[in-house]
Write a protein that binds this ligand. Structure first.
Ligand SMILES: CC(=O)SCCNC(=O)CCNC(=O)[C@H](O)C(C)(C)COP(=O)(O)OP(=O)(O)OC[C@H]1O[C@@H](n2cnc3c(N)ncnc32)[C@H](O)[C@@H]1OP(=O)(O)O
Ligand SMILES: O=C(O)CCC(=O)C(=O)O
Ligand SMILES: [Zn+2]
Length: 393
């Protein structure tokens, strides 16, 4: 679809936008492991890593190798798989962690440290001078090993803006590959995201990555806005799992991005793998796919009200901004309920290979509605009514 024909495409006047040039740092095997229900054994981690690779994740981020002995071994095992996705591990801003990380075989290291007053006081107790000095040491060390390195401030949106811009400027000057902004507590709104990313863009040359928690329901919107403001990479987790209620969900983010950048998204990501990937992770962490999940929720492409059904049958774009075929999913026109209309019933008759005139279908529709006034209807119920009506003609 050309930009001119897509009103949801990035604004052509906005030269900093990366809406059509973003990358995904898939963190199901790092942030996702921090989800309350998550326990991934080695086999499951490998299965998920392979599935993320097949989907086309640009990067796969893994739990810190210092978290436990098995975490380190799993990290090494995933690095040996030879996946197309680049493999990252995630560590504290500390030389001890960095020394372990660079020996695992990863392509890059994501370093993080809290910069808000809450985290400086209650998490690690370090001031900004210490943070800057340690960050420089860790970055130079990781770079000296020939690996990619990202520096991120935890709790960025509750950090002092001058502190933030100073530390990012410092790490950019010594050649960090990316800097990251993290909305660790999910407090940011899209306007604040836009402003912070734009301010950061003015002081660094490297790429900007963003990490958004969903405590207040803004994660996907914030991610999109960050790209508009010039961020390049977004952290996601399958189904949005993570600490508390998690971060940007991969599927929902794909839904948002395919509307704005259809050619880019379709050429880069294997969207037909999304449902299997979500099912794999849902089973691993013992949750159901949410009923209202974008794309894969059980009713995401079900049309019920008669007015909708008629228009959808004429042209699916009337009530669908996403095309289910892009994701290997089929749409469903609900006809077994009292909100149905004769167009939906006609379509069902055609599926059943029963020929009725329009007037007959309208009469049949009245019958279905009468039944639907009394109780919820099943498809088999209504199919029997249709077949009996036809037989009696
Ligand atoms: C917002 C996020 O999601 S950040 C990523 C979170 N990921 C993890 O926590 C990975 C899993 N964590 C773990 O396995 C453990 O917490 C470990 C191995 C990292 C550390 O374990 P412990 O040494 O037993 O410390 P504990 O977890 O109780 O406390 C965290 C320690 O890290 C220090 N710390 C916290 N953040 C940072 C940071 N970004 N950089 C450097 N040090 C930090 C704290 O000061 C504290 O050290 P202290 O108690 O010795 O003063
Ligand atoms: O490393 C990062 O950028 C983010 C760390 C994290 O999970 C968070 O701050 O919520
Ligand atoms: Zn997080």
């Amino acid at each position: 679809m050309s930009v001119a024909s897509n009103p949801y495409a990035p604004n052509v006047a906005d030269l900093v936008s990366n809406v059509r040039n973003f990358q995904i740092i898939e963190s199901t095997l790092r942030e996702g492991e921090q989800f309350a229900n998550a326990f991934f054994d080695t086999e499951k981690k490998i299965e998920i890593a392979k599935a993320l690779d097949e989907f086309g994740a640009d990067y796969i981020e893994l739990t810190s190798p210092v978290a436990s002995e098995q975490s380190r071994k799993d990290c090494e095992a995933i690095c040996k798989l030879g996946l197309k996705s680049k493999i990252l591990t995630h560590i504290r801003c500390h030389m001890d962690d960095a020394k372990v990380a660079v020996e695992t075989g990863v392509d890059g290291v994501d370093v993080v440290i809290g910069t808000s007053k809450f985290l400086r006081q209650y998490s690690h107790g370090k001031d900004m001078n210490y943070i800057a000095k340690t960050a420089v040491d860790v970055i130079e060390f990781v770079k000296s090993k020939g690996l990619e390195i990202r520096f991120s401030s935890e709790d960025s949106f509750r950090s002092d803006i001058v502190d933030l811009l100073n530390i990012y400027k410092t790490v950019d000057q010594i050649g960090v590959n990316r800097v990251g902004i993290a909305d660790t507590v999910g407090c940011a709104n899209p306007r604040q995201v836009y402003e912070l990313v734009r301010s950061l863009k003015n002081v660094v040359n490297c790429d900007i990555e963003c990490h958004f928690h969903d405590d207040t329901g803004c994660a996907i919107g914030n991610a999109y806005t960050a790209l508009e403001a010039g961020a390049r990479l977004i952290d996601t987790c399958v189904l949005g799992i993570g600490e508390r209620n998690g971060i940007v969900p991969l599927g929902g983010f794909m839904a948002r991005m395919i509307v704005s950048a259809p050619d880019y998204v379709k050429s880069k990501y294997n969207l037909k793998k999304l449902r299997d990937l979500e099912t794999l992770v849902a089973e691993a962490v013992e949750v159901n796919l949410p009923f209202n999940n974008p794309i894969t929720g059980f009713c995401a492409f079900t049309h019920k009200a008669g007015i909708h059904a008629k228009a959808i049958l004429a042209n699916p774009s009337t009530y669908e901004i996403l095309n289910p075929e892009d994701f290997g999913i089929t749409r469903y026109i609900h006809f077994a309920n009292r909100l149905t209309g004769w167009n939906a019933v006609k379509s069902r008759c055609e599926q059943l290979n029963l020929h009725l005139t329009d007037d007959q279908i309208k009469e049949l529709t009245r019958k279905i509605k009468q039944m639907g006034d009394i109780r919820p209807l099943g498809i088999d119920d209504v199919d029997s009514v249709i077949k009996q009506f036809h037989a009696e003609l």
